[in-house]
Design a protein around this ligand. Structure first.
Ligand code: ZN
Length: 111
């Protein structure tokens, strides 16, 4: 299991601070994909929108789970752009782990 990393929601290079309100724990993969991005393109509308901010937005308003419980699905432009930028639905290891969680009845979470 990889260690979580402290990530800047707004990168220092784009004027973000080291204040706790701008920091979040991310897995190394998400942190690499996010890099210094603050926006992404919604694949449904081709609109450029801000990425999901876990400090100010509510996960379940922007994301849900596919029918089989394996994939994170964006429900809003922000959700879809964030899924695309962070590759949230195509990590083979995550899909495999979740398939066991689904079998065990632990996944997807209800809240
Ligand atoms: Zn991640």
């Amino acid at each position: 299991m990889a260690r979580l990393e402290i990530e800047h929601i707004i990168p220092i290079s784009k004027g973000g601070s080291n204040d706790e309100s701008n920091l979040w724990l991310a897995c190394p993969l998400c942190n690499r994909y996010k890099s210094d991005k603050t926006t992404g393109v919604d694949p449904e509308t081709n609109e450029t929108v801000r990425l999901f901010n876990p400090r100010t937005q509510i996960w379940f308003e922007h994301f849900g789970w596919s029918e089989d419980g394996l994939r994170i699905v964006g429900k809003t432009p922000t959700g879809r752009a964030t899924v695309a930028v962070l590759h949230l639905s195509d990590d083979a290891d995550a899909l495999e782990v979740r398939s066991y969680w689904v079998l065990a009845g632990w996944h997807p979470p209800e809240d």
